[in-house]
Write a protein that binds this ligand. Structure first.
Ligand SMILES: [Zn+2]
Length: 91
């Protein structure tokens, strides 16, 4: 049975083989090797055929997310006592 890529248009056939998958997250790249599944030759999308490989892929992605430092959108403003005194002098 043929399978088609859901990410590309309907005419892109997936290839069933073992392949290394490159995961990119936040500018970083990790390779998960020997993933058994249906791979798209165009966009690199993969339909996993077994639980273990799917899990390896998921774990790698999760560890990449966890190792990425959280970016704070709002910076806490810390005013030192010295600065407060300086402010007071100005006024
Ligand atoms: Zn595709």
């Amino acid at each position: 049975m043929k399978r088609y890529c859901l990410q590309c248009d309907d005419s892109t056939e997936l290839v069933h083989e073992k392949r290394d998958i490159t995961i990119s997250y936040n500018g970083k790249f990790e390779i998960v090797s020997n993933i058994d599944g249906w791979h798209c030759p165009i966009c690199g999308e993969c339909e996993f055929t077994n639980e273990a490989d799917s899990r390896r892929h998921m774990d790698t992605l999760n560890s990449m997310i966890e190792s990425t430092p959280r970016i704070r959108t709002k910076r806490k403003q810390i005013i030192t006592l010295k600065e407060i005194k300086q402010q007071a002098k100005k006024n």
